[in-house]
Design a protein around this ligand. Structure first.
Ligand code: PRP
Length: 251
């Protein structure tokens, strides 16, 4: 829906009176049927730090890692699991479950979208070093107005289409161009079933969720935060700037 923005509510990100495409205020689930938005009470403290333009490179990495550690566990929570009953030291039977990534990590492939996705890949590999890994180099063309994704190369493990789950790692979902390019490659070129893919993401927006919902409603998305929307330069607002540049200190 295109609306007239009389006054910018995003701290100066939009020109007063300019027109900006904004998604209708809907719940994230109404935008994408398979999205999970994290609810951890500590996230607001962590996001305040990484959104702050004055946060330096070292602290940005530290606080990002704290968010991504939580995100890894919430992503694992949507992977296939098997019921398991254990006996506790107090002689009580506890009906729980165990995840495929703990039973057979080699049946889960972690795929990062270079470059920022490598930060989230690191967080997964700190806990699950036996998972197989694939990479795709996809960059937004920042000199064009559409900011379309440019795909340079792909390296995925053989047999990825047979894996129990594929976790796509990219901390940012803006227009959806980069993640759609990655999903098209996985599904159309490598035969991975959309329902076996989980997209793990730190910060998203309604426009990106909407773009993914159109082509990939069966791909599950786990995101730490859904922001307001995109500005005219297709940056997420309020956002945190360029995640890759801040994480890898290339501003
Ligand atoms: C960022 C981000 C995503 C993409 C999101 O990467 O990490 O991959 O942009 O934007 P989109 O949804 O509009 O495609 P970028 O291309 O800036 O490269 P980087 O990882 O090197 O920072």
């Amino acid at each position: 829906v295109l609306i007239k923005e009389a006054n910018c509510l995003h701290g100066g990100g939009c020109k007063p009176g300019s027109e900006r495409a904004v998604a209708v205020k809907k719940s994230p689930k109404a935008v994408h049927p398979n999205v999970t938005v994290m609810k951890n009470a500590g996230l607001v403290n962590l996001f305040t730090k990484i959104r702050d333009a004055h946060t330096g490179a070292a602290e940005f990495v530290q606080y990002s890692k704290r968010i991504m550690r939580l995100l890894v566990e919430d992503t694992v929570a949507v992977l296939p699991s098997t019921p398991r009953i254990v006996n506790t030291p107090t002689n009580v039977r506890y009906k729980g479950q165990v995840s495929i990534i703990d039973i057979n990590p080699e049946k889960v492939c972690l795929v990062s979208v270079i470059r920022a996705g490598d930060s989230l890949l690191e967080s997964f590999r700190e806990i699950f070093p036996a998972c197989s890994v694939g990479k795709m180099w996809i960059q937004r063309n920042e000199s064009s107005s559409a900011k379309e994704a440019v795909h340079s190369c792909t390296k995925l493990p053989p047999g990825i289409e047979e894996m129990e789950a594929v976790v796509l790692c990219d901390p940012m979902l803006a227009t959806g161009g980069s993640s759609l390019t990655a999903l098209n490659t996985l599904v159309k070129d490598y035969g991975v079933k959309p329902e076996r893919i989980v997209f793990s993401n730190v910060i998203s927006c309604p426009e990106g969720l909407d773009a993914l919902a159109k082509d990939y409603p069966d791909v599950r998305i786990v995101t730490s935060w859904v922001d307001e929307g995109l500005n005219e330069e297709k940056f997420i607002l309020p956002g945190l700037g360029d995640y890759g540049d801040r994480y890898f200190n290339t501003i």
